[in-house]
Design a protein around this ligand. Structure first.
Ligand code: 2AM
Ligand code: CA
Length: 274
């Protein structure tokens, strides 16, 4: 049972997510001012984790579960899910863009989403907060409540011809997958304005949300990378699809709703999708 004083209103969850994300972003910002070293590797030698990833996640988990002890929690560095009984699950990336963080490239984020369980065993994302740590920019959304940047509403770009679209993408930590992705990029590049590889799935989706890019496609991303930012993008007028990529891993495709179908067709023809 959830304690009587704990509600699951999206506005309350958003306020908590923002407060905790700000605290984590501050921790990450301060850590970057010192020395940053690799603490461990995960799926491959270039899939790294730093002590700051772990410290940021520990802070977020502690704060959220202290406020809402009956909730569930899934974090990138946590290894396993903590199962609660309230029907609310937090999905957290303590640093999205860890390689940028390691190298001091100022493009990484803290991402916190809240999902509400439905009767069918699935869930609906109801709150998303992404903070760009270096700039301090705050992206937020609630389901049906719109998306904001620093508290002001944001929206996607108008549909452009494919040849004039700026596309964001990213590459896997697996060398084998990167080969497939490189071939897909080579096929797409002559058909669009240009391609950018910025290094953070969450910030790429927020960029589509605020009209700072026309589309995003990337295979190999995980639920904590896109949970919060996909809600921000959807609430800003994007369509975001999660499907299987060319090597069988999850792929995210996002674009303003009006031009989504044309971009998806190009992504398939280029070899991004399975
Ligand atoms: P991370 O920084 O938290 O690891 C980079 O292309 C983007 O993809 C980042 O958002 C990165 O998240 C994410 N990503 C997650 N898993 C990945 C994987 N196995 N290979 C490559 N990128 C991954
Ligand atoms: Ca991540």
């Amino acid at each position: 049972m959830t304690s009587a004083s704990v509600t699951s209103r999206p506005g309350d969850l958003l306020a908590l997510a923002l407060e905790v994300a700000r605290e984590a972003a501050e921790l990450v910002r301060e850590a970057r001012a010192g020395t940053v070293e690799v603490a461990d590797t995960k799926s491959s030698d270039v899939d790294v984790v730093t002590e700051t990833d772990r410290a940021s996640e520990a802070l977020i988990r502690e704060r959220i579960l202290a406020a809402r002890p009956d909730d569930s929690f899934l974090g990138e560095e946590g290894g396993r899910s903590i199962d609660g009984s309230s029907g609310i699950r937090w999905i957290v990336d303590p640093i999205d863009g860890t390689v940028n963080f390691l190298y001091g490239i100022p493009h990484y984020a803290v991402s916190i989403a809240a999902e509400r369980a439905d009767d069918l065993g699935g869930g609906e994302m109801i709150v998303g907060v992404v903070i760009d740590v270096a700039s301090g920019t705050e992206y937020a959304a609630t389901a049906g409540g719109g998306a904001t940047r620093d508290g002001r509403p944001i929206g996607v770009r108008a549909e452009a011809p494919l040849a004039e679209r700026l596309v964001l993408t990213g590459f896997s930590y697996s060398a084998e997958v990167r080969g497939v992705q490189a071939a897909a990029v080579a096929r797409m590049l002559p058909k669009v304005r240009d391609i950018r590889r910025l290094g953070s799935c969450a910030l790429d989706l927020c960029r589509v949300a605020e009209g700072g890019a026309d589309a995003y496609v990337e295979e190999g991303v995980q639920v904590w990378d896109h949970a919060a930012a996909a809600l921000v993008a959807r609430e800003a007028g994007a369509r975001v699809e999660l499907t299987k990529g060319a090597t069988g891993r999850d792929v995210v495709i996002a674009a303003p709703s009006s031009g989504f179908a044309a971009f998806r067709t190009l992504a398939v023809a280029s070899g991004f999708l399975g």
